[in-house]
Design a protein around this ligand. Sequence first.
Ligand code: NDP
Length: 248
Amino acid sequence: MASLKGCVAVVTGASSGIGEATARDLAARGATVVAAARRADRLASLASSVANVHAFECDVTDVASVQRMVDGTVAQFGRIDILVNNAGIGLTGPAVQVELEDWRRMVDVNVMGVLNCTHIALKHLVEAAAGPRGVADIVNISSVAGRKALPGSSVYAATKFAVNAFSDGLRQELASKHVRVSIVAPGFTKSEFIEHIRPDLLAKIRASLEAMPAMTAEEIAETITFCVTRPAGVSVSDLLVRPTEQER
Ligand code: NDP
């Protein structure tokens, strides 16, 4: 697999789960990684335990915060070759029971967060693609829910359908500029994802969620690394990755 030595990668939502595992994996391949999320303590402990991972506190829903993170990355490391838009939340539950605020937060983080980071980082990615590596990468984390909406997760599914549509349009737009856009759509993966569901709703479904077949965050991180380590002429547009025993 190609080395990422000399590349600068930004991973959002890197304070836990898939984002944290991706930050570790990209750094192990030689990239300088900016790990961005809101929980500064978790980022600091990641950065202190992995060489080449640097913590940057950032709320992807806050444009000024994203601008500071992108500007800070370029000021400190000179470039952005890879953007992994991973930050996301799934506040699932029956439509008659969840709060409207939960729906708004999912749209803010899962859709606006991706748009904020992409819009602000884009000129740096285009610049990087014109350099010696000959390519730059945006990897957007979608979900199986981005292919099929299910009861209890209609708004989460809507946000991931939006991520897919945005990614495919952007991929076509950026193809001639050599900025690859990949969708990685995981099935059920062990992380802190379910812990953000409202406690009363989670209490009813925790046992069944914990009994479901699940992948590790590291297994999805490897898939993300796969996308960004293809030869410059190869773009992995869309990968759906499920636990073997997950049926839908
Ligand atoms: P985690 O809850 O472990 O990680 C979510 C990450 O998103 C955290 O690092 C969190 O950091 C970050 N985040 C949330 N809100 C914000 C915000 N406003 N600004 C910046 N960062 C934010 O879950 P996963 O690792 O499982 O989730 C990662 C991605 O994978 C998400 O996009 C999710 O939709 C997707 N996914 C997950 C699946 C699963 O089964 N786990 C299945 C399919 C897709 P902090 O709170 O510190 O800001």
